[in-house]
Design a protein around this ligand. Structure first.
Ligand SMILES: [Zn+2]
Length: 156
């Protein structure tokens, strides 16, 4: 019984690199040597990682912010994993950051903030293409729409 509880605790936690769900030391994506380490897709929640993974259209890494900027809820960049994103970019290995927050007000605010913050760095910053339903959530977008939004991403 005690062991079972321990196993559950050990089984799901946040990946220390990208803050997605992980069952091992790292999440499946970070631990996979075949993933393209030159691109990072920034999402707000771990469930967005699952939504994008389902499309099969993306082979890079992820970074989960753990929320979105929301002045109404007193959530600013300090409450999100923005600092950790910046330290991942410091290695210079990453060539592109794809902003894949939801196409709603908070998601857009967060993407705009990140685009501005990342602008001075030598990294290409892109945003998912329109075509996602405005006000909708990534995780409910169908796979074809989401795959197209990734492929047709534009400069942020
Ligand atoms: Zn990870």
């Amino acid at each position: 019984m005690a062991q079972a509880i321990l196993d559950v605790k050990r089984s799901v936690h946040f990946c220390p690199v990208c803050f997605s769900y992980a069952t091992g030391d790292l999440c499946e994506v970070c631990a996979d040597p075949r993933r393209d380490r030159t691109s990072i897709c920034v999402v707000s929640e771990p469930r967005d990682v699952s939504a994008i993974e389902r499309t099969g259209a993306y082979r890079g890494l992820y970074h989960v912010l753990g929320g979105v900027i929301s002045p109404m809820d007193k959530i600013g960049p300090e409450q999100l994993h923005v600092r950790e994103l910046l330290s991942r970019l410091a290695s210079g290995e990453v060539a592109e950051v794809i902003l894949a927050t939801n196409p709603d007000v908070e998601g857009e605010t967060t993407a705009t903030y990140l685009a501005r913050t990342l602008h001075p760095l030598e990294v290409k910053v892109t945003r998912l293409a329109l075509g996602l339903p405005v006000g909708g959530e990534l995780e409910y977008a169908d796979e074809v729409t989401l795959a197209r939004a990734i492929e047709a991403r534009r400069d942020a």
